[in-house]
Design a protein around this ligand. Structure first.
Ligand SMILES: [Zn+2]
Length: 73
């Protein structure tokens, strides 16, 4: 019985940490600077997705990410 309770607590802690991580990540993704610089590396942005700005390299990575996300649904 005691072991079970401990496991449940462990799981909820892991879930909580996961939620915080996800919240941080999504906050990062919605962050917009509007200064024409890549939101990830700060280089001159050559592409935008919505209100997010990316350099050539990260634009490719971002589109891959969006495609992956869309396929996951
Ligand atoms: Zn970049």
């Amino acid at each position: 019985m005691k072991m079970k309770v401990r496991n449940v607590m462990k799981k909820s802690v892991i879930m909580l940490v996961g939620l915080i991580l996800v919240a941080n990540l999504s906050a990062c993704q919605t962050y917009t600077s509007g200064d024409n610089k890549c939101d990830i590396c700060g280089k001159r942005a050559t592409h935008t997705i919505g209100s997010e700005e990316y350099c050539g390299t990260h634009y490719k990575k971002a589109t891959n990410w969006y495609v992956k996300k869309a396929l996951d649904r």
